[in-house]
Design a protein around this ligand. Structure first.
Ligand code: ATP
Ligand code: MG
Length: 322
């Protein structure tokens, strides 16, 4: 069960549609993605490109009016798209858990943090008694930098950073095979953000976690992930291991993203702001969706959509330059 290199998640041709009054929004458009056990994948892209929708589809929790209209999500050899709601309820939480930007959405405000963790443990580990569960909860929060004494607190008595630690402890208590973290540090100040990222980094190796980290911030992923998928207007435009991607990004969009963040050096460079804004998903440009903003645009780019192509080992890009 715990062998690394085993592919735990394989998404194939996934399509997710929101039918809105303004028109059809294809938030996830034929996405292919693969994740090995123990790997951390960063899913990066500008606001509205479909990152959260992709994350929620894995749990089959897309908010209405969204729905999966095609493709497969193979998790541990079974297609989640074909599972019944009842089967999904056994997978959510236990096998796959999600950490959100705002932990208050998941923590019951009327329940003490400790009871929350203990109850979560007891729901999923039916053989344990309450005393054992309390001990596990205590050990867990201490490991995450929260004093045992604070387990009697209610969520509102916790700071944002502590609430996020509590959320992470819930995911660990469940011993999930896959954790999807959607902008887990976006609402925190930079110092607390750095602490939480350090914590995730440490836990990732000590617990051998498999994580999908969703963020619009390239700086956040740079130290934490093994592999990065860059998403633009519903499609994956580049996917590669972290180091080669930062060393030599191929897609002009990725290059632009990297140039727009401080502290990450593409050698010595000026900080640049990427011109333009992402397209309206209801009125997509023809050909390559990025072509109206692209510095390297060619005639072909507005006519034909490029395929996602492996141009170097394990480095795929969707661009006519390659
Ligand atoms: N409930 C909804 N109804 C209609 N359209 C939606 C809904 N949720 C998302 N969308 C649309 O789907 C697209 C993708 O949204 P999504 O929230 O997945 O993007 P995101 O990359 O997570 O953005 P952000 O970085 O702002 O969180 C957007 O165009 C958005 O307007
Ligand atoms: Mg989002």
């Amino acid at each position: 069960m715990n062998d690394t290199n085993k592919i735990i998640l394989k998404i194939k041709d996934l399509e997710v549609l929101y039918a809105t009054r303004m028109g059809l929004v294809k938030a996830v458009d034929k996405v292919d993605l693969e994740l090995k056990r123990g790997q951390t994948l960063g899913l990066v892209g500008e606001s509205g490109c479909g990152k959260s929708t992709l994350g929620f589809s894995i749990l089959r929790l897309i908010p209405p009016p969204g729905r999966i209209i095609g493709g497969e999500i193979i998790f541990d050899s079974a297609d989640l798209v074909k599972k019944t709601e009842k089967e999904m309820r056994n997978i959510r939480g236990k096998r796959i858990s999600m950490i959100f930007q705002d932990p208050m959405t998941c923590l019951n405000p009327l329940m003490r943090i400790g009871d929350h963790i203990v109850e979560t443990i007891l729901t999923h580990e039916k053989k344990l008694n309450k005393k054992d569960a309390i001990k596990i909860a205590e050990d867990l929060v201490v490991k995450l930098g929260i004093s045992k004494l604070r387990l009697d607190d209610y969520p509102h008595q916790f700071s944002g950073g502590m609430r996020q630690r509590a959320m992470i402890s819930l995911a660990l208590a469940l011993n999930s095979d896959l954790i999807i973290a959607d902008e887990p540090t976006t609402s925190l100040d930079v110092i607390v953000e750095a602490q939480i990222l350090d914590l995730l980094k440490e836990l990732r190796s000590s617990y051998k976690l498999t994580i999908i980290l969703i963020t619009h911030n390239m700086g956040v992923v740079s130290e934490l992930v093994d592999r990065i998928a860059i998403m633009y207007a519903g499609k994956i435009v580049e996917i590669a291991d972290c180091f080669p991607l930062f060393e030599k990004p191929l897609h002009p969009y990725t290059v632009g993203l990297l140039k727009s963040i401080p502290n990450i050096s593409l050698e010595k460079q000026e900080l640049e702001i990427m011109p333009g804004s992402p397209p309206d998903l209801i009125n997509l440009p023809t050909g390559c969706r990025f072509h109206p903003r692209c510095k390297n645009v060619m005639k072909k780019c507005s006519l034909y959509e490029p395929p996602l192509k492996e141009v170097k080992e394990n480095h795929l890009v969707r661009c006519w330059l390659y």
